[in-house]
Design a protein around this ligand. Structure first.
Ligand code: SF4
Ligand code: SF4
Length: 256
């Protein structure tokens, strides 16, 4: 479980660093920059996150996202597994609306005029005024409220506008078949204990993926929790091609 301890430590650090980092991830600041034709650090971050997802999956979400960390900290209060279905599509609607607004604002501003990473964060610190403190408490309070009401990482699952861009990167990598960080399963070793499903912070039916022979899930955040609880070492996180294949022993090896 060493990996999970490292993951928790990194996420704890991410939460502690929020007073510095919050605005660097702010989709609202991205729109404020677009009004003036400015590419902000938060827009650069969206592009970077999608690019990283192409090679390494949603590791940002699983390892260093402060929002995800806040939600996981509340697991002891409510770790109910979330259902998927139509609610999973809410975040795509939010991302589409944000992207539409971004494009509209850049067009109205006459295109991209400059790149200013510290736009709106001139001091380098995110929490530097009363307004930013209000934003901080609304964002963190909202995530905490959702977690307490619904269970495991509901904001990641339903409301994060960054997630669809990372999922897009992941799906592009799968379609291209390029090497990336992926989840593999040797299905024939599975004893169907379902500990992997119980451990997944994103409420993915991991055991279902193992038995179906396709480990791809757009909601996977490459946290490795399922790998670390499996008593039969069925699961591994490894680098390799996204293309579906079967090894010499007939074990299914699919990619996330
Ligand atoms: S499927 Fe495994 S690696 Fe992916 S989010 Fe769930 S526990 Fe983490
Ligand atoms: S934890 Fe391992 S053995 Fe148990 S159901 Fe999941 S893959 Fe199978």
């Amino acid at each position: 479980m060493k990996r999970q301890n490292w993951r928790k430590a990194l996420m704890g650090l991410a939460v502690l660093s929020l007073p510095v980092t919050m605005l660097y991830l702010s989709p609202l600041l991205t729109l404020q920059g677009a009004v003036r034709g400015v590419v902000t650090s938060s827009l650069i971050f969206v592009i970077l996150a999608a690019t990283i997802a192409f090679f390494a999956g949603r590791v940002f979400c699983g390892w260093i996202c402060p929002g995800g960390a806040v939600q996981e900290i509340l697991f002891p209060a409510n770790d109910r597994r979330l259902g998927g279905g139509r609610a999973d599509y809410i975040k795509y609607g939010i991302a589409a609306a944000w992207l539409g607004a971004l494009i509209y604002l850049f067009i109205r501003a006459g295109g991209v005029k400059s790149v200013i990473p510290l736009f709106g964060i001139e001091s380098g610190l995110s929490l530097s005024s009363g307004k930013t403190y209000v934003m901080f408490y609304i964002a963190m309070g909202g995530m905490a409220f959702l977690s307490l009401m619904l269970g495991r990482r509901p904001f990641c699952r339903y409301g994060c506008l960054l997630a669809p861009f990372m999922i897009g990167g992941r799906k592009a990598a799968r379609a291209a078949g390029t090497p990336c960080l992926r989840l593999e399963a040797e299905s024939e070793k599975c004893i169907h204990c379902k500990l992997c499903t119980k451990a997944c912070p994103m409420s993915i039916d991991v055991h279902g993926l193992v038995t179906a022979g396709d480990m791809f899930s757009p909601e996977c955040i490459s946290c490795g929790a399922c790998v670390d609880v499996c008593p039969k070492a069925v699961l591994t996180l490894a680098w390799g091609s996204m293309a579906k294949k079967r090894d010499g022993d007939g074990a299914a090896k699919e990619q996330l």
